[in-house]
Design a protein around this ligand. Structure first.
Ligand code: MGD
Ligand code: MGD
Ligand code: SF4
Ligand code: MO
Length: 720
């Protein structure tokens, strides 16, 4: 050990599990990552991304100075620039002044409606609080959203409707207290690997019984007592049939229903039609399996439901999530340790960004923007004249993209997202991006979306800044600076303060004091003053271990599980349900159902993991196809296939595997050379506005090696 050796304790930047990382440093170099055995979330365990995926911070392709496009971009003719020669370096002053001038020009001409922002679930709470404050208070727009819309939006809407909350009700580690648990629409071992470890321990050490409901034979099926292999999009029928059986066999919890819920009769009547036979005809799941699953869950003492994107990412995602909530209310499996409704949140800080108001309908703390009292409260906090904040609900991410053009959104600011990989129907998204009048990207790399920008602002990564992330079980944890910012890169919160001051000056508002923070801990103090759930969060209190919000004051220890005595909306509300179908059913021309998602080694659009050693572990896009379909279509293991939907076409290699069920193919959306979102559609759930990523009709045909896109050619980055 030399003098410069040190260990920096921080939180993993990848998934919502929120594992504690110890970065072993020599000078400015991270040479090893470990985790302490007593870490509260992960007990010393890490997955491959937390352990090895940090090297993106040193990647040569990081942008380290502000950049301005050499050729001015015009609406209708905007194009992507990946090559640095198409940009010129600028000073921070020049880049920020240029942005402030262009934004003010558009704002003065077209008003608040023309301004929109995508916030960042990878950035800190403090960063996200400031960016939504900037857009709401200075541009008076509520067109503020982030990737939560593409993620658990329908889970959040359903939980709001039924119980009045929008987070995981219990702590993931409470799986140790379950005697039965359901995992549905979650490939837990690849996407929340450390929670999967806890689930496996609950099964192997405590004898807990697992029910998996998923169209794919995900790894957790190996640990399950029951696997219900349903057709994608048929969850309402499967879970309502379970409720049907629980009702018929009187396995419900009458005391809980009487004391804590409402609307039971209407719900029970709507379950009549969902017989196991009927559900079998819709979902393809054997009726006996449905009955067995209902009995197992209905007879359990402590049962919990864990779900992820297979549930919300449908045009009927809200109904899917309501079907799960109905089951928990029916059996009283909520409001106690080891029970609950647990949507496994995805990004490291998607819970926090949502809590911070990075959403179009809410100020920080889920306080509706169309409520007069809330608007007044934030006008006071942010020194805005009475009536000055916008009372109209803003547009969501997918709506922002659709509205781009004359009369709609003209100026977009993207802080750390990649809609040109993550939004559905990328040919349409590309067309919309081309129409933008002004685009700013604030990121650590030029990704497929930032390549369209007029100005690129280099942000620091998580290893170069201080702040907090809120993990999937609502634990607010510290992020600590370990290395110096690369080049001139600056932390997001600093960039935003510098931009806000310039805008204030141009607006003639003597308000700079509202953008003077010495450190992110100052921002957290302000957050606590406007978000009651965060009042108890201060940096000294979370120095050693995070606190689970709500933490109502500085003496409050935090909240491991919610709804002990009551629900935020009072009684839990049952919702009657009817048939729900996916928007695009397979037919003769497009006979297979495509479901999209993730693999263990990669992250979303790949901006981080494809700039990391992790890319060597999984270098190429693969489509999973069942052996029965592969034989019929003449597709061999490893051979190239062309996959076509009504919206686009991609070529990638096939992986012939029992992991997918017949009739279903799976493609991860991490690879720009074979971007899955060229195939998906932008139809959305009417309540939650989430797109149906989990079901599109496609056809698959053998292709030749020469049709495969060479990753270096980056063909998908052009028009497809
Ligand atoms: N390695 C890695 N981990 C990640 C991420 C990543 O990019 N890479 N992203 C993070 C993020 S933001 C999120 S939101 C989470 C997502 O976590 P997951 O939701 O686990 O991720 P997906 O790969 O999209 O898997 C969706 C699951 O739903 C199933 N499914 C598909 N259609 C249906 C259906 O109609 N009904 C049901 N019941 N199931 C269905 C799929 O077979 C799969 O098991 O992962 C987080 N963790
Ligand atoms: N087909 C299909 N599409 C999907 C999904 C699916 O299952 N199927 N899932 C959806 C879901 S759940 C999600 S969450 C979205 C994710 O979609 P996005 O959020 O658009 O995707 P990411 O690739 O995670 O983009 C994160 C960006 O933030 C940058 N970044 C990282 N750290 C920082 C930081 O500290 N500051 C700044 N400024 N930038 C930073 C990264 O470089 C990267 O460019 O994709 C959605 N799209
Ligand atoms: S499980 Fe999630 S938080 Fe933990 S190390 Fe892996 S990616 Fe990081
Ligand atoms: Mo997500």
């Amino acid at each position: 050990m030399t003098l410069n050796d040190r260990v920096v304790s921080t939180t993993c930047p990848f998934c919502g599990v929120g594992c504690t990382l110890q970065l072993h440093m020599q000078d400015d170099f991270i040479y090893r990552v470990t985790s302490p055995h007593d870490s509260v979330v992960n007990h010393g365990n890490l997955c491959v991304k937390g352990r090895f995926g940090y090297d993106f911070v040193y990647n040569q392709k990081r942008v380290t100075t502000p950049l301005i496009r050499r050729t001015p971009q015009k609406p209708g003719q905007r194009s992507q620039a990946f090559d640095l020669s198409e940009w010129r370096e600028a000073t921070w002053d020049e880049a920020l002044d240029y942005i402030a001038d262009r934004q003010m020009e558009i704002y003065r001409r077209d008003g608040a409606h023309a301004m929109a922002v995508f916030c960042c679930a990878k950035a800190t709470n403090e960063d996200n609080y400031l960016i939504e404050k900037l857009f709401r208070s200075l541009f008076r727009t509520n067109h503020v959203d982030h990737c939560t819309r593409l993620c658990h939006a329908a889970s959040v809407v359903a939980l709001q409707m039924a119980v009045g909350s929008s987070a995981m009700s219990n702590t993931a580690a409470e799986v140790a207290l379950n005697d039965v648990f359901i995992v549905t629409g979650s490939n837990t071992s690849e996407n929340h690997p450390i929670i999967a470890l806890q689930m496996k321990a609950a099964i192997q050490k405590n004898g807990a019984k697992l029910i998996v409901v998923d169209p794919r034979r995900v790894e957790m099926v190996n640990y399950a007592t029951l696997w219900l292999p349903e057709k994608p999009g048929s969850d309402v029928s499967v879970f309502s049939a379970m409720a049907h059986v629980i009702l018929k066999e009187k396995l419900y919890n009458q005391a809980f229903i009487d004391e804590r819920t409402e609307n039971f009769a209407a719900f029970a009547a709507s379950m009549e039609k969902f017989t196991p036979e009927y559900a079998e005809s819709v979902s393809g799941v054997d009726r006996n399996l449905i009955v067995e699953a209902a009995r197992l869950y209905g007879n359990a003492k402590n049962a919990a439901i864990y779900w992820s994107l297979g549930i919300p990412e449908h045009t009927h995602g809200t109904a899917n999530a309501l079907a799960l909530i109905n089951l928990a209310l029916l059996t009283g499996n909520i409001g106690r340790p080891g029970t609950g409704l647990n949507p496994l949140r995805g990004q490291n800080n998607v819970q926090g960004a949502s809590d911070m108001g990075a959403m179009p309908w809410h100020y920080p703390g889920y306080q509706r923007v169309d409520n007069e009292d809330n608007a007044r409260k934030f006008e006071q906090a942010w020194n805005i004249e009475p009536g000055g904040l916008n009372r109209q609900l803003g547009l969501t991410t997918t709506e922002i993209v659709s509205s781009i053009g004359p009369g709609g959104v003209q100026a977009l600011y993207i802080m750390g997202e990649n809609p040109m990989m993550s939004e559905p129907d990328l040919n349409h998204t590309r067309h919309k991006f081309e129409q933008l009048e002004f685009l700013v990207a604030q990121d650590i790399f030029i990704n497929e979306s930032g390549a369209f920008a007029d100005v690129f602002l280099p942000a620091t990564s998580w290893a170069e800044k201080d702040g907090t992330f809120t993990n999937t079980d609502r634990r607010v944890q510290r992020v600590r600076q370990a290395i110096q910012p690369r080049g001139q890169a600056r932390p997001d919160w600093k960039i935003l303060c510098d931009l806000a001051k310039r805008l204030e000056a141009r607006l003639g508002r003597p308000n700079s004091a509202y953008w003077d923070y010495q450190h992110p801990s100052d921002i957290m103090r302000e957050i606590g003053s406007v978000v009651p759930e965060y009042r108890g969060i201060t940096y000294p209190r979370i120095e050693r271990e995070g606190i689970q919000v709500p933490s109502w004051d500085e003496d409050h220890p935090g909240t491991p599980y919610l709804f002990a005595g009551t629900f935020p909306r009072g009684r839990g509300k049952f919702h009657p349900l009817d048939d729900a179908h996916m928007a695009e059913m397979p037919d003769e021309d497009y006979p297979l159902i495509l479901t999209t998602g993730r693999v263990l080694e990669h992250w979303h659009g790949g901006t981080l993991t494809r700039h990391s050693w992790l890319d060597d572990l999984f270098p190429e896009a693969l489509m999973e196809i069942n052996p029965a379909d592969a034989a019929r279509l003449n597709v061999a293991e490893g051979s190239p296939v062309r996959v076509t939907s009504r919206r686009g076409s991609i070529v990638l290699r096939a992986r012939v595997t029992q992991k997918t069920t017949p009739g279903v193919v799976f493609i991860p959306f991490h690879f720009h050379e074979a971007a899955a979102n060229l195939l998906t559609q932008d139809v959305i759930d009417p309540q939650a506005k989430i797109p149906e990523y989990k079901a599109s009709a496609v056809r698959v045909a053998p292709a030749s090696e020469s049709e495969l896109v060479n990753p270096e050619a980056r063909q998908v980055r052009g028009r497809y």
